[in-house]
Design a protein around this ligand. Sequence first.
Ligand code: PBG
Length: 325
Amino acid sequence: MFPAERPRRLRSSAAVRNLVAENRVDPQQLIQPLFVKEGNEDPRQIKGLPGVLQHNLETISAAVDEVLAAGVGGIMLFAIPTKRDASGSEACNPNGILNVAVRQVAAQVGDRAVVIADLCLDEFTDHGHCGVLAADGSVDNDATLTAYAAMAIELAKAGANMLGASGMMDGQVGFVRAALDEAGFKDVSILAYAAKYASAFYGPFRDAVESELQGDRKTYQQDPRNLRESLREIRLDAEEGADIVMVKPALAYLDVIREARLTVDIPVAAYIVSGEMAMLEAAAAAGLIERERAILEVLHSVKRAGADVICTYWAVEAASLLRSN
Ligand code: PBG
């Protein structure tokens, strides 16, 4: 008798396919990034990311309502200040735009979703780097840690549940953890951007935050040629007390997500970044691929690779696509 095995039986109807599906993306495990700009009169559409807006403090509250109504599990906040300086001092100003937005969103959300704030200086520095600079113009790792700790405490005071440590400075997770604990914020958790690559796929994000960066971030973000290095970064962040480790970007780094999942016993997150979204949206707009199917396919690919949590600009839309899928 040939063939003896007939795998097609389990694909013969939607019902049986749904019954045996190995992976499901749950809206509660999605994170929706949101951008807010100080003094923004009207929300601005970000180039290349259809539907992603640079909000003001009023319109962001409607966006937060949509996240809650969609049952999306987390909100990641990025803010663009009007004033930038060499040390990124607005990041530590309790009345700076990020802290104000966190306070407002945290009050609005309560315990219905996790409020995550980006813990990084790049939006606040006039040179656009993720840290402060030494006299020779290089990014000063240890001076940056002190700034991150101060920023972390302000964000915790403002009500952030979780901090996205995204700067790729050595020791940042341990340093920020100790500072939070000492200030009494033992329940504020750290989402460590453990394996963050120096990627061309951050292009549209630079527009979203109006980045001033000249040059690149290759002295702190990772070389795309490396995998083993990610495992080292992930191990270090886990040892330093990260609550969740993240891999970023996601789609070009599915192998890293896989290895991360096999390496640590804490949740693994992955961030489908702006350029990854923009590629799919551009191809769909050109009529080359079916947009909604492609979105669901990439989300499931990230899940299948091993991500427990997925950060994506499609979070709210995906929640409804997944429910009607
Ligand atoms: C830095 C940061 C970046 C992104 C998130 N946090 C940009 C960078 O490292 O240059 C990119 C996200 C995206 O492209 O969607 N704080």
